[in-house]
Design a protein around this ligand. Structure first.
Ligand code: PLP
Length: 390
């Protein structure tokens, strides 16, 4: 039976590569998984008060379909959080989703038609390109300097065409950890305003920041057509519970999408109600678990980056946020970065992700490491990678 070309073309390198690791495990070997950016799989858990809020919601009978837009108290709490980062919106500008992933799908399907172009920061989190292609569009990468962490604005401008409909930003970024500063964000907002382009900004790592204060897009949005994506999988350690949200800036240019996109939320009825109570508690309750998590991650980042930079033929910029390192392979003697990653897996049983899975233009020649595992595992994985590149 046939399937659509659109769906056959969907790729997700981070998970697609796992089948190769399963083959190694079948040979009785133990694989170090440094591929999935899920803190909860590496020993970090939501705090007790958040778990209790979920259990209480179930026990209190909150097990029904809820409003498609989301639980009103949660919408309020989200509006408050995003306003504290710089936006000026009300709870009516918020829509709760089954993760940022669903929010992204809803946005892209609402704005992209066949042949439309969407600008993505190179390298980017793969679902951005997948959803654009799935909905008939074309992802176009613009350059981001990994050393300065800033976008190349001239390059971005040169890639705008009559078909461009949106500019996507991911800050802090997956896979590079780069964070756009206020000046870059402002410049991009001005460009979007001038050309009537949507800005879709993913801030799912907004509190996982190590060296400098984080500036959110809200701070410079004014009344530009900015759509923010955020969620609870990373900072709030609720990945498996699948919850995120969309926030529309208060912009007249967004009137049409604000009217139409919620239809998609109604079609899928609602998101998980008990989890919405847990998300509410994670925003309202004590926030010290986030500080502890980030302090621990910073140690792991410092260790991994220093080890990588001491290896022959590897160089790595310092990620400013999130939990990924994106080293460059110098003098790669394998055919491609994917071949490098597969050989590393075969010879040393360490699973990473090839950089070209995050965009062939700027991701090429790199690989991505998740530094969420504990120091013991990180040390042994770094030893294996060092041995391999030697
Ligand atoms: C930039 C970015 N956005 C979104 C997601 C997925 O978010 P969610 O779990 O809310 O669907 C990820 C997960 O790795 C990510 O790195």
């Amino acid at each position: 039976m046939k399937v659509s070309k659109k769906v056959a073309g969907v790729e997700y390198a981070i998970r697609d590569i796992v089948s190769a690791a399963r083959e190694i495990e079948k040979q009785g070997k133990i694989v170090d998984y440094l591929n999935i950016g899920d803190p909860v799989q590496f020993g970090f858990q939501p705090p007790e008060n958040v778990k209790r809020a979920l259990i209480n919601a179930v026990n209190d009978g909150n097990n029904f379909y809820t409003q498609s837009e989301g639980l009103p108290e949660l919408l309020d709490a989200i509006a408050k959080k995003e306003n504290s980062k710089g936006l000026s919106i009300s709870s009516e500008h918020v829509l709760v989703t089954n993760g940022v992933s669903e929010g992204l799908d809803m946005i892209i399907s609402s704005i992209v038609e066949d042949g439309d172009e969407v600008l993505l920061p190179g390298p980017y989190y793969p679902p951005y390109a997948s959803y654009v292609r799935l909905h008939g569009g074309k992802p176009i990468e613009f350059e981001v300097d990994l050393e300065t962490s800033q976008p190349n604005i001239d390059d971005l401008k040169s890639k705008i065409s009559s078909k461009t409909v949106a500019i996507c930003l991911i800050t802090p970024n997956n896979p590079t950890g780069s964070i756009f500063n206020e000046k870059s964000l402002k410049e991009i907002v001005d460009i979007a305003n001038e050309h009537d382009l949507y800005i879709i900004c993913d801030e799912i790592y907004d509190k996982i920041v190590f060296d400098e204060k984080f500036t959110g897009i809200g701070k410079v949005s004014g009344d530009a057509p900015v759509i923010l994506l955020n969620g609870f999988s990373k900072v709030h350690l609720m990945s498996g519970w699948r919850i995120g949200y969309i926030v529309f800036n208060d912009s007249p240019k967004l009137d049409s999408i604000r009217e139409n996109l919620p239809k998609l939320a109604r079609v899928r009825i609602s998101t998980n109600l008990p989890v919405q109570y847990a998300a509410l508690e994670s925003l309202r309750g004590p926030q010290d678990y986030i500080t502890n998590f980030v302090t621990e991650l910073k140690k792991r980042r410092d260790y991994v980056i220093s080890r990588l930079n001491s290896m022959n033929n590897i160089s790595c910029s310092n990620p400013k946020g999130a939990f990924y390192a994106f080293p460059k392979i110098e003098n790669n003697r394998f055919e491609s970065d994917k071949e490098f990653v597969l050989e590393l897996l075969k010879q040393k049983n360490v699973l990473t992700v090839h950089g070209s899975g995050f965009g062939t233009k700027y991701g090429n020649g790199h690989f991505r490491i998740v530094y969420l595992p504990n120091m013991g595992i990180l040390e042994s994985s770094m030893n294996k990678i060092e041995d391999f590149v030697r």
